[in-house]
Design a protein around this ligand. Structure first.
Ligand code: DER
Length: 242
């Protein structure tokens, strides 16, 4: 489909332009459907005689269960973030990207390990399709709210604090239905709350306010973290931000 093709060209371009020239070794692999093509491209370098020596040096760090599977099914070497606390580069998707390269992430429920890895990398490159670029503020195109990872025992308290203290319009515990009755449980055994704030004019301030709430593990607002973003377009072109 045009959408899948847009994801693929953005991912391939991001890997080709940011990985090979500088011979990075420790590579974070994000979560979601676009980063599938990043892992696919990395796997192609393994099979290419020109690059197989270099690519055999790659150690790929996952951002969750799905990410780990991507690394293994593409024949890449798996490492862990505790073995490699500082990595060279990470490729990950996003749910929305504003013009300052601030992000909403967490649509896939993997935001904690994604942020742990993205803030441990010297360079964070976003790969996305054209739907993810916001014209102005975060919260414009992505209307499913800011994903927040919370400790299960605190989810009622966090819902209340979001509504009362942060004047959140609507905050809901993310449900697993129809795949699973009851709430989504993350790879870290936590819950996700999606909090709707409408257009977010100051994402750094909102992130800090949410992060302070008791029971919050991490927010899906990635502030001053991404260095570059690649957006695949329906016509096969790729826009680059940053
Ligand atoms: O949860 C995330 O932040 C993931 O990166 C994900 O939302 C990316 O979305 P995609 O499936 O459109 O790549």
């Amino acid at each position: 489909s045009t959408l899948e093709e847009a994801k693929r060209i953005a991912a391939y371009r991001a890997v080709d332009e940011n990985l090979i020239p500088v011979q990075h070794r420790l590579i974070g692999v994000g979560s979601g459907s676009t980063v599938i093509y990043v892992a696919e491209r990395l796997g192609q370098y393994l099979l290419d005689p020109k690059f197989s020596i270099l690519a055999s040096q790659f150690v790929c760090i996952p951002t969750g269960f799905q990410s780990k599977e991507l690394i293994l099914t593409n024949g890449l070497t798996l490492g862990s973030i505790d073995q490699y606390p500082s990595i060279d580069i990470v490729f990950d998707g996003a749910d929305e990207v504003d013009s300052d390269l601030q992000l909403i992430k967490g649509g896939g429920g993997c935001l904690f390990q994604e942020k742990l890895v993205s803030t441990s990398a010297a360079k964070f490159v976003v790969v996305a399709d054209y739907r993810k670029r916001s014209p102005k503020y975060l919260g414009t195109n992505w209307v499913k709210g800011v994903p927040i990872e919370v400790v299960p025992s605190a989810y009622v308290r966090v819902l209340s604090d979001l509504r009362i203290r942060l004047k959140c319009k609507q905050a809901v515990l993310r449900q697993g239905a129809p795949a699973k009755a009851g709430p989504v449980v993350t790879d870290n055994c936590n819950f996700i709350i999606d909090a709707h704030f409408g257009e977010i004019e100051d994402p750094a301030k909102l992130h800090a306010q949410i992060k302070m709430l008791v029971g919050v593990v991490e927010t899906g607002l990635f502030i001053n973290n991404a260095a570059r973003a690649y957006f695949g377009n329906p016509d096969g072109s790729v826009d680059v931000l940053g």
